[in-house]
Design a protein around this ligand. Sequence first.
Ligand SMILES: [Zn+2]
Length: 368
Amino acid sequence: MTNYRDETRYSIGVDLGGTDIKAGLVSSAGDIFSRVVLPTNVESGGPKVVAARIAEAVRQVLVHAETANIDLISKNPGSTDEGTSHLLTDDRHEIGVGLGTPGLIIAETGVVHFSPNFPGWTDIPLVAYVNAELEKLHHTKHAAETGTHKKYKPILRGMDNDVNAMTLGELHHGAGVGYRSLVALTLGTGVGGGVVIGGRVYHGSRNTAGELGHTIVEPNGRVCGCGNLGCLEAYAGAKNIVERIQEKIAVGRRSSLNKAMRDGIVLTPRMIAEAAQAGDELAIEIFAETGRYIGIALTSIAHILNPQIAIIGGGIAEAGEKLLFEPIRKEFSKRAMDIPAQMKIVKAHLGNDAGIVGAAMLALEGFF
Ligand SMILES: [Zn+2]
């Protein structure tokens, strides 16, 4: 890894989702400039079409940077070929690009083995596809008009699972700054996980490490999307939190959300959190239970890995300290052995930006 903290350098982070491609120019201090959001348009074609959209997002980021007079070259004095921006033989300066992609990603070969967001994608060499599209940018009419691509040569240097990318973002620029061993949980539709050991994301023997959402918290519990019973995700995933409160209301528990349910309004975790904040006892109970399950999972994780800190992000984490984090810590400290129990449990810092910042860090770590 390069000593990229020594000077301001830029790389481009791309957060590929099923709906949107989010990209931005990220400084080595973790600040985002020149944000671009494009629809992924996965319905309109296969992985090569998506690769072309990613290249287009990168092009737009570079044009924005140019318009905003961000000079990617002069801010990089003394860059060497270890860096993210250096003079190439064709006089263009390389700008490293990193890509976070949902699914099972083979980071060292740049292949998407499988992605739930992209049905039918099996063993797609996405890094090669994107780099082929980025190379084409140099020859477009637009490049000739603006000159941007006469100056810069963007190259995709790293791709990883989106949650691993977010974990890397939190490690370098978020709640994980200063730590060498940490775990991250993202509480969204599903429950994602990332593991950092010795300052590096741990991938396991076959790239599947860090599936912390599938830690078993009830041996004969709720059915998880993975097919197993009683995974953390089956309790703490957005859909599952909603199902749990609906089931209790259906058997007669009283809640301020009864009326919304009767009116056919689809409940969301945010509505449940708001009800809880307004004092709804059942909603408070649902979050306390969610926190308890997360605390149980973190106990196993702390006993296996003994990390310094657990970082919890994603939409559900917005429920906050009182509703969610206090029950998590209470359960964890009740169960964990004294030394692993010293693991800190904190909310993620980067919010929605973690994907872009983390992806940009992948460019700096540079697999390719
Ligand atoms: Zn599962």
